[in-house]
Design a protein around this ligand. Structure first.
Ligand SMILES: [Zn+2]
Length: 438
């Protein structure tokens, strides 16, 4: 068989055969040459000289024992590895990248240009490459913004600046659902043009057919009602203004009229009742409780706790609480000291949170509805506890104006327990409260 033809047709086969032949045949032996000792020595010396010159060349390129540091002016200095720490301590830099200029900021307002290699040391001294870490954005009431070094923030605050944007911004609403955030200083002008800063003036809380809750802007309320939604009667949104109206010394013959008004406005109040009158007006007390008002304790017969003594005060409070409990199935949780008179002993002995007030309408003194209304109108604020007396007819007349007025202003009229629950997480026995603040 003539393989030549096959190889011509399949050149790769020929290659394969040749490679196989090479692998299997023994390697050719080198011929040993016999040389003289002199020649051998010369060869070794030449080789050593060659190696030495080669090593010198390699050393001059990458010396394993030498390294380079950089001076601040950018020049390179070759030193031995053992000297590195000494040079770095003297202000040299380990890498060229360390020479790159960086800007650093301190809380006292100083700004420095440094080398990247100095960054860690400067950070220990309070500098930062992050300007926002050393400065604070501050705002004045007109909306002007300034970037102020942290150390000066308190000075600016003392001069009426704010470090939180939310401090100077008011969110405004319209009944069609539009919202707008404006500097507080400009809010009044917007409110005159029909905006409001009280969400619950522009919207209502509604409940859907499946119990879902939603804040619905007034313009949309009717379409929600058409789809089976209802307006939630009593709304308590702790993020919106709350006010606690309180009525002392009753109930009385005008109290029911007051309850009518509260009910019509989906509002509640707290009645610090006298125990002896609970027995005179049991239905009024029951109705007040039923519409969400709070029945609280003002002793049995308007006892002055500090002159009568702690034991007598406690007894009078307990007797009143028992009378309320017989009527409502629950006693009183809050106590208002008559004449605002209390001391450590009476508070401890009575053992209930003591509720004072932050706005005194002086209704008992003026007996004038206009005066009582104006006092509330001018002094009301979010979190206030307002003192009135429902045994006086002018007070009830004033309350019938105060209640819709406050609701219209976006206040939620809540009980004292609700106010303290939402704003302070509850009321503590023996502690005195004037409003929702400390
Ligand atoms: Zn009283």
């Amino acid at each position: 068989m003539d393989y030549t033809d096959i190889y011509n047709d399949y050149p790769e086969l020929r290659e394969f055969e040749e490679r196989r032949a090479r692998r299997t045949s023994p390697a050719p032996r080198r011929k040993r040459r016999k040389t003289g000792n002199g020649a051998k020595l010369l060869t070794v010396m030449v080789l050593i000289a060659l190696a030495a010159s080669l090593m010198a060349l390699v050393f001059s390129l990458v010396s394993p024992d030498k390294t380079v540091v950089f001076a601040a002016d950018g020049s390179a200095v070759e030193i031995s590895a053992a000297q590195v720490d000494k040079y770095l301590a003297e202000g040299y830099y380990a890498s060229f990248a360390d020479l790159a200029p960086i800007t650093m900021y301190a809380g006292d307002g100083s700004v420095i240009t440094a080398r990247a290699g100095d960054r860690a040391a400067l950070e220990k001294k309070g500098y930062s490459t992050d300007m926002t870490a050393a400065y604070t954005n501050m705002y004045d009431d007109g909306g002007t913004t300034l970037y102020v070094p942290n150390s000066m923030v308190d000075n600016y605050k003392a001069n009426g600046w704010h470090d939180k944007l939310s401090d100077i911004i008011t969110k405004l609403y319209k009944s069609d659902g539009s919202t707008l955030s404006v500097p507080k200083a400009q809010a009044a002008a917007y409110i005159e043009q029909g905006w409001t800063d009280r969400l619950l003036k522009a919207a209502k809380k509604m409940t859907g057919p499946n119990g879902e809750e939603k804040t619905v802007f007034n313009d949309d309320v009717n379409s929600y009602i058409d789809r089976g939604w209802t307006v939630v009667k009593r709304v308590i949104d702790p993020d919106q203004p709350l006010v606690a109206l309180t009525f002392d010394d009753g109930p009385g013959k005008f109290t029911d009229e007051l309850l009518d008004c509260l009910e019509a406005n989906n509002s509640a109040a707290t009645f610090f009742v006298l125990g002896q009158l609970v027995q005179t007006y049991p239905d009024t007390v029951k109705r007040a409780d039923k519409i969400g008002c709070e029945i609280a304790n003002h002793t049995w017969d308007h006892l002055n706790a500090t002159s009568a003594g702690a034991a007598a005060a406690a007894e009078s409070v307990q007797k009143t609480s028992k009378a309320v409990e017989e009527l409502l199935g629950k006693g009183t949780a809050l106590y208002r000291p008559c004449y605002g008179a209390y001391n450590g002993d009476t508070l401890a002995e009575v053992g209930l949170p003591a509720i004072m007030w932050s706005i005194d309408t002086l209704d008992w003194k003026t007996r004038d509805a206009d005066s009582t209304f104006s006092k509330v109108q001018s002094d009301v604020y979010d979190g206030a506890i307002i003192l009135m007396h429902d045994i006086h007819q002018p007070t009830v007349e004033a309350a019938k104006r105060i209640i819709p007025y406050l609701v219209d202003e976006g206040y939620q009229l809540v009980t004292v327990s609700e106010l303290l629950e939402y704003r302070k997480g509850g009321a503590e026995a023996g502690k005195v409260y004037f409003d929702d603040k400390e």
